[in-house]
Design a binder for this molecule. Structure first.
Ligand code: NAP
Length: 294
């Protein structure tokens, strides 16, 4: 069992609330594995959850640098509020309009967004011509924005975004269009039946169907019957696994993807950035699986 020493450095995740976060499980498993592989008696880094209110955020962030913190993740509700507290942000964070990973530079805290990399990860090796695929994204919140940037990176020319508030949809469209080359078409939920027959990639970026309401699905079985037979159905939700949406899609022989690989890969990308070498992805995946099967 590796131990904490006086030289152990600090990593962490801040959010409010934070108790639900699975990041400490994944990251500490990875850090322990790295210490063991390198035959180290002590952990070089430890990863801590921090429950930080919005009011406390501007006080906490500068003092973390003073405490020897090398980097941290940011989750709900701070992914946008953190941005003015950083000295630099990557182009990808600017395109998403949110930061989930922060690291220390000589001039202060820098931020990026690894959700995009996490989202793309289970898609990028599939044999598809992404330039001919128009994804349909359910939801227009924070995760949907990372998905739009991810679809643009894959090479999609156009995306359909489904929301329930016209004003919010228009705001998203205006912001993203100025930052991205992808064409964005926004729709209300009533438009879905017309879109499904031309949807080769359907992405659920809403919390509908997430624990503790696993009996819910953003689409009905009769909706899924309208998808082309080779459509991929991707649910960003990682608990339950599979969601009802994915069960319905799987029963109709669609390729399904759940949110756990996105979670693992966004975490691995953050850890690699902090450590300066590749994160043990397999260890992180196993730690998450072990947590879910408890
Ligand atoms: P968010 O910012 O709160 O956005 C949620 C979106 O879903 C909003 O557009 C919201 O509509 C819509 N929505 C919520 N309830 C709805 C309902 N009953 N009917 C129709 N639309 C509804 O949340 P987020 O951060 O984008 O997260 C969305 C989902 O992605 C969550 O399940 C989260 O766990 C998952 N996620 C997974 C990962 C991963 O690593 N796998 C990463 C990030 C997020 P309004 O805009 O009208 O409120």
């Amino acid at each position: 069992m590796v131990q904490i020493s006086g030289a152990t450095k600090l990593l962490g995740v801040m959010g409010y609330p934070i108790e639900h976060s699975l990041s400490p499980v994944m990251h500490n498993a990875a850090l322990q594995a790295l210490a063991t592989q390198n035959a180290q008696e002590y952990l070089e880094y430890i990863y801590i959850p921090w429950s930080i209110t919005t009011e406390a955020l501007p006080l906490v962030v500068p003092s973390l640098a003073e405490m020897g913190c090398c980097g941290f993740n940011v989750t709900i509700p701070h992914k946008q509020a953190i941005m003015p507290l950083l000295t630099e942000t990557t182009d990808i964070a600017k395109a998403v309009g949110a930061v989930n990973t922060v690291w220390l530079t000589h001039s202060g805290w820098a931020g990026t967004n690894t959700d995009v990399q996490g989202f793309i990860s289970p898609l990028k090796d599939l044999d598809r011509d992404w330039s001919t695929i128009t994804p349909c994204i359910l939801g227009c919140g924070g995760a949907a924005r990372a998905v739009i940037v991810g679809c643009a990176q894959l090479g999609c020319q156009k995306v359909h975004i489904i929301g329930r508030q016209s004003q919010k949809l228009q705001h998203l469209k205006t912001q993203c269009v100025s930052a991205l080359s992808v064409e964005i078409q926004v729709h209300l939920w009533a438009d879905i039946p017309a879109l499904l027959p031309q949807t080769d990639l359907l992405i659920n970026a809403t919390p509908i169907g997430m624990f503790p309401q696993p009996q819910k699905s953003p689409l009905l079985a009769t909706d899924i019957d309208q998808l082309p037979s080779n459509a991929i159905v991707y649910d960003l939700i990682y608990t339950p696994n599979p969601t009802l949406l994915l069960e319905l899609a799987q029963a109709r022989q669609h390729r399904i993807i759940n949110g756990s690989e996105m979670l693992v890969q966004q975490g691995a990308a953050a850890l690699s950035l902090w450590l300066g070498y590749p994160a043990p992805v397999e260890t992180m995946r196993h730690a998450l699986e072990a947590h879910f099967s408890r």
